[in-house]
Design a protein around this ligand. Sequence first.
Ligand SMILES: Nc1ncnc2c1ncn2[C@@H]1O[C@H](COP(=O)(O)OP(=O)(O)OP(=O)(O)O)[C@@H](O)[C@H]1O
Ligand SMILES: [Mg+2]
Length: 195
Amino acid sequence: MSKSKIYPQETPLDPDEENGLLIAHITTRKELNYWEQSNIAQAMQWLAKKQQKNSLTVIFIRKLHKKMFGMVWAWAGEFRKSDKNIGVPARLVASELQKLCDDAEFWVRNKTFSSDEIAARFHHRLTWIHPFPNGNGRHARLMTDLFLKTIFNAPCFTWGSVNLIQQDSARKRYVSALQSADAGDFRPLLDFVRT
Ligand SMILES: Nc1ncnc2c1ncn2[C@@H]1O[C@H](COP(=O)(O)OP(=O)(O)OP(=O)(O)O)[C@@H](O)[C@H]1O
Ligand SMILES: [Mg+2]
């Protein structure tokens, strides 16, 4: 089986990116999920010890992706080099992320929206930019929970209270809420993240 068959459809990987798999014996999607999840668990331990203060920087956004996926993918923490069927053009990733950090800081300073809405808008923009070849959903959910904790001292989102990696009804609701947000309606996402 070609390696490309083991990845989810949302983010087809380029052959270059597939070459970055650091654990040679992974052959199934299940194994890949397992190793990624164990890498993410280590990143969460690192975060808990670190007591991160300022997470709203482009440098930190990259660093967290590297911590979450760096044991599995050689390109962890590196921005996309190619355009995808989702996300901004690759050459705009860095500037769009900087704009997002600036906008989020503005929303926080001016209390433009409620804390949940600021975090939900931050999450949506981050997934919309889609900075990395893969892992964008998991990275953006962890970034958003960190944002809630460090900036608002607020509890993490519940994200539908399920594992969103599985292709089930909660996942469909999550993606459909992001699509509503694409169209400017944040209500479904706000309801979903506290369900
Ligand atoms: N219409 C959309 N608008 C914005 N973001 C979207 C949209 N559709 C999907 N996404 C985001 O893209 C993510 C999938 O991208 P990617 O495969 O890079 O992330 P992942 O971490 O591997 O996926 P997962 O969500 O399964 O953990 C989804 O989880 C979601 O966050
Ligand atoms: Mg993926």
